[in-house]
Write a protein that binds this ligand. Structure first.
Ligand code: NAP
Length: 253
């Protein structure tokens, strides 16, 4: 651990939902933030709000599943804010269907964003971390990694991210870089709102039904995840690596 490493964080999928909450939280913790998302207008707005609050941030439009775009985005953050030492691989999509109805495109799209996206982003960012001798990588997995009907693509990607995380921890630990995964349960965002719509429920009814199955009897909010990210990227969390933290209001009943 050094006292002098740069405090620059990249958060992917920061245009809304969990990623936007993580970006706000890490800005509050004193990090300069590179907000990355497909939706460039949304991350520019998010960055402006952080700057208006006295922080440092830029918004960059990027498809993380493109090697070229991911590398250019990391280089831009490094050039404008300084070397990134924190990377939160949060960008994600769902393309749910039962196995027998799932198309090749829906399989490739989901693995492309979650797995390939996290891989190319991490490969591009790690060199800044190893050069600084300090880094924190947090990958967004999911309780779906344990298996979930209609999500054979998504659960495979989220389980893959857990193996990815453990291998990063093994390879990068000697450079002062930790890697951990957060596996959220039900978090109220556009992603879960879209699931409610797909199965024909109002978002309120969907959340109420989900809350009954969760030990703490409520669904999660994006800030519940941002809080755990804040801990994992802190100085004091340097001995926590290769872990998967389930943030789901308790185990399945
Ligand atoms: P969300 O509201 O759908 O936000 C996801 C963000 O990622 C969107 O802003 C989206 O951009 C962006 N994105 C998608 N593909 C991208 C790409 N190729 N390159 C760059 N950005 C891309 O989802 P969320 O609920 O906040 O989820 C965030 C993460 O948590 C995901 O990895 C998700 O799988 C995981 N997670 C969520 C839950 C939950 O209950 N919500 C539970 C477990 C895990 P656009 O707006 O342009 O599409």
């Amino acid at each position: 651990m050094t006292d002098s490493h740069s405090r620059v964080a990249i958060v992917t999928g920061a245009g809304r939902g969990i990623g936007a909450a993580i970006a706000r939280r890490l800005a509050g913790d004193g990090f300069a933030i590179g907000l990355l998302d497909l939706d460039e207008a949304a991350v520019k707005q998010g960055a402006e709000a952080i700057v208006a609050g006295g922080g440092k941030a830029i918004g960059v439009g990027v498809d993380v599943s493109s090697t070229e775009q991911a590398e250019a985005a990391v280089a831009r953050v490094a050039g404008e804010l300084g070397p990134p030492t924190v990377l939160v691989n949060n960008a994600g999509i769902t393309r749910d269907n039962l196995l027998f109805k799932m198309s090749d495109q829906d399989w490739d799209a989901v693995l492309g964003v979650h797995l390939r996206g996290s891989f190319v982003m991490t490969r591009a960012a790690q060199k800044h971390m190893t050069e600084q001798g300090w880094g924190r990588i947090v990958n967004l997995s999911s309780v779906s990694a344990l298996g979930n009907r209609g999500q054979v693509n998504y659960s495979t990607a989220k389980a893959g991210l857990q193996g990815f995380t453990k291998t990063l921890a093994i390879e990068l630990g000697k450079f002062g870089v930790t890697a951990n995964a957060i596996a959220p349960g039900f978090i109220a965002t556009d992603m879960t709102a879209a699931t409610a719509e797909r199965i024909g429920l109002s978002f309120e009814d969907f959340q109420a039904a989900a809350a009954k199955e969760i030990p703490v009897r409520r669904v999660g909010q994006p800030d519940d995840i941002a809080h755990v990210v804040s801990f994992l990227v802190s100085e004091g969390a340097g001995f926590v690596s290769g872990q998967v933290i389930y943030v789901a209001g308790g185990p399945k009943d």
